[in-house]
Design a protein. Structure first.
Length: 304
């Protein structure tokens, strides 16, 4: 289990909602608390051989537009200025693009609009803690670069005795249009088929909002990617939340590229391999405390 590097001192939960705490601590601002900046991204030099792999139109532009849902710390979130996107996924892709001689233009948007945006050409790439799935690979190319599983959490002591393997009748919060959304819907359907009560599922636009309802007791538990669940425990403070069970269904994250632009996807994969080889990759993961998700190599549309 990776321990995440704190970005600020804990906030008093009585002064702010948990969603506010997570948002403010993620962006490193507010509250007048002492703060620790996000890790500084390492400098990366252009690799001319790799840069030659970039499609001509992208190379000529010199930059790529990246769709991101910037409210999923520590993967991707907004800085105090409300514009700059930070996170370990951001640092990783910035470093890979640096090898290709490309600048990243991060464009925050809704999570469920990113695949559509890549497909329609609004974005050149998508990066937002996307778990690679067969369904998604039918829509876009996906470049693997990190691995994460699902982790449930509840209030400390698990007062409602939630069991992820038997959550029938429980109240569960989840971010909509994620793999966790699909996961909990399937579990609820299994409950009904077994003659048990369905799971009461409350869906939110982002994970901090879902987390807030667990802390307040409106919902009994939530589930998210392991780094995000660990971040929620860290930022809400000691004794507020705890993990339930173990991480499961570990799968790679993927960078999205247009289905017909495999050339760009292959260039991004080669760039990730380059930062893996030169140590930049493990340096970034170590700075963010998420080295447990390391992959040995990147791959376009990997077999699952």
């Amino acid at each position: 289990m990776a321990l995440l590097k704190p970005h600020s001192a804990p906030f008093a939960l009585g002064a702010l909602s948990v969603a506010g705490v997570l948002a403010l601590t993620a962006c490193g601002g507010g509250g007048g608390s002492s703060e620790e900046a996000a890790p500084e991204a390492p400098a990366v030099e252009v690799d001319e051989e790799l840069a030659a792999l970039v499609p001509a139109d992208v190379a000529e532009a010199g930059s790529v537009r990246i769709g991101v849902e910037a409210s999923y710390p520590p993967g991707e979130y907004l800085d105090a200025d409300g514009e700059t996107v930070l996170g370990f996924n951001v640092d990783l892709l910035n470093a890979a693009l640096g090898k290709l001689g490309l600048e990243a233009e991060w464009e925050p948007t809704a999570f469920d609009s990113i695949i559509i945006g890549v497909d329609t050409g609004t974005y050149d790439l998508g990066s937002s803690s996307f778990t690679i799935t067969e369904e998604r690979m039918e829509q876009v190319n996906m470049v693997s670069y990190f691995s994460s599983g699902t982790q449930w959490f509840a209030q400390t002591g698990n007062p409602q005795d939630v069991d992820p393997d038997n959550a029938c009748g429980m109240r569960i919060a989840v971010q909509s249009d994620t793999t966790h959304d699909v996961d909990i819907e399937a579990r609820s359907e299994a409950c009904v088929e077994a003659g048990e009560d369905a799971i009461t599922i409350q869906k939110f636009e982002n994970q901090p909002l879902a987390t807030e309802t667990v802390v307040s007791g409106v919902n009994d538990a939530s589930l998210a990617d392991m780094p995000t669940s660990a971040y929620a425990l860290e930022q809400t403070g000691e004794g507020v939340l705890e993990f339930i069970g173990e991480q499961y269904d570990a799968a790679p994250y993927g960078i999205l590229a247009h289905k017909e632009n495999e050339e760009l996807a292959e260039a991004v994969a080669a760039a990730f391999d380059a930062i893996i080889e030169d140590g930049t990759y493990t340096e970034i993961l170590g700075e963010w405390g998420v080295e447990a998700g390391v992959l040995e190599s990147a791959e376009v549309n990997p077999e699952l």
